[in-house]
Design a protein around this ligand. Structure first.
Ligand code: CTP
Length: 398
């Protein structure tokens, strides 16, 4: 992965994850980037400016005035103009709150406010802070302003608690930067439909039949296409994920019927459809208008089949490219090939639940391309990398 000559401005704020900034800088420098670091005072309690200066091969900035006593100032506007990309990692709840509200009481925040380049932020905090409504609202607002989030990961936190809030690993952050800086225009003028996430089929006003799909794979695919200049209609079932990519038109739906309707509406406008959603195959025949009360006998739910979106698009497709997914537990390749044929798709991307780290709710995936006369197996990799492989395959097929 090369970032030769790319100018990267790294903002470091006061979280224990600041130690990861050292690794991040090393990876960026190794990839050939030119890195300048701005730290908040709180960050300096977690990692020394000297460490980051040695690794970045540049002075580390934290004050508006230069530390050499010359009375000159560190020009935040110039930093913002200099950078090809600004990344704030780790980004604390405090800094995110200030960014979301236009507060600029330190050099890092003033630089953020004046930056003209894309800004990425990698939150790092304890899980309760991360899911606090104020943090959620601040992040949402930052995304609405056009900034990009690099989602934290689930895992053990410095507090000993386990959950979401751990800063993304430096390798992952470098991948995001790489993708952002190395987009192409190969899909310029082309239109894409992507479905993502689970569907929720209502049983009554409070209960539903759903599944564990997070939507990650579909969102990654949509972003990878958009980074290559394609225009994307992204139809997602209920998911916490968001995107603010200017090339992506986002629609959220609740259930299979809504996803079917919208997909059908848009299909004739697109060149390629990639159906990665985990659509429910069955829904309750009738969802109750009021909450179903507990009785002292068994409850039998009568389910009916939903429309198969992939198969329906397969029936009406003209010269469009139609790509489906298959999640299998056994007899994987033959089953995927059956879906390819029965649903009239051009490519099935197979996940096997037997592969560790693949499928729902992981950041990684292991896929196979199943085509009419061939199949290709790939190693386990980050979903963002999988998305790039799928994008390259689409380039080959259209
Ligand atoms: N799919 C769809 N509409 C449905 C069900 C599935 O569009 N109602 C799509 C999925 O988005 C995916 C592909 O069909 O691209 C295969 O989904 P999968 O659930 O693996 O296949 P099913 O046909 O539902 O078969 P089964 O669950 O029996 O394996």
């Amino acid at each position: 992965m090369h970032l030769n000559g790319k100018k990267i401005l790294l903002g470091v704020t006061g979280s224990i994850a600041a130690y990861k900034s050292a690794f991040l800088i090393r990876l960026l420098i190794k990839a050939g980037a030119d890195v300048k670091v701005i730290m908040t005072d709180a960050a300096a309690s977690f990692i020394s400016p000297l460490t980051l200066s040695v690794l970045s091969k540049n002075p580390v900035y934290s004050d508006f005035s230069k530390s050499d006593g010359s009375g000159e100032w560190n020009n935040h506007v110039e930093f913002g103009i200099w950078a090809d990309i600004m990344i704030i990692a780790p980004a604390t709840a405090n800094t995110l709150a200030k960014m979301a509200n236009g507060i600029c009481d330190n050099l890092l925040l003033a630089t953020y406010l004046s930056a003209r380049c894309p800004v990425y932020f990698a939150p790092a905090m304890d899980l309760d802070m991360y899911i606090h409504p104020s943090t959620t609202r601040n992040i949402q607002r930052l995304i609405e302003y056009g900034n990009h989030i690099i989602h934290p990961e689930d895992g053990e936190l410095a507090s000993g608690l386990v959950g979401e809030g751990r800063m993304a690993e430096p390798e992952h952050i470098v991948q995001e930067i790489y993708r952002s800086l190395n987009g192409s225009n190969d899909f310029s003028g082309k239109f894409f439909l992507v479905t993502a996430g689970p569907t929720f089929e209502a049983i009554d006003p409070v209960r539903y039949i759903g599944n564990r799909s997070s939507g990650k794979m579909g969102f990654e695919i949509a972003e990878a296409i958009a980074n290559n200049g394609g225009e994307v209609i992204l139809i997602s079932g209920p998911s916490r994920l968001r995107t603010n990519h200017p090339n992506i038109r986002m629609h959220f739906v609740e259930n299979a019927a809504e996803m079917y309707q919208l997909s059908l509406e848009h299909f004739s406008d697109v060149d390629v459809a990639i159906l990665s959603a985990a659509v429910a195959d069955y829904r309750p025949v009738k969802s109750s208008d009021s909450k179903i009360k507990k009785k002292d006998h068994d409850l039998i739910l009568h389910l009916e089949a939903t429309q198969d979106i992939l198969a329906s698009l397969g029936k009406i497709k003209e010269d469009q490219l139609l790509i489906g997914f298959a999640l299998e537990t056994d007899n994987e390749i033959p089953n995927a090939r059956k879906k390819l044929k029965n649903k009239n798709a051009d490519l099935i991307i197979l996940n096997s639940l037997n592969d560790k780290g693949a499928g729902f709710d992981h950041d990684t995936n292991k896929i196979y391309f199943v085509e009419k006369d061939s199949e290709t197996e790939f190693d386990l990799m980050q979903k963002s990398e999988v998305a790039n492989i799928i994008v390259n395959k689409i380039k080959e097929l259209i």
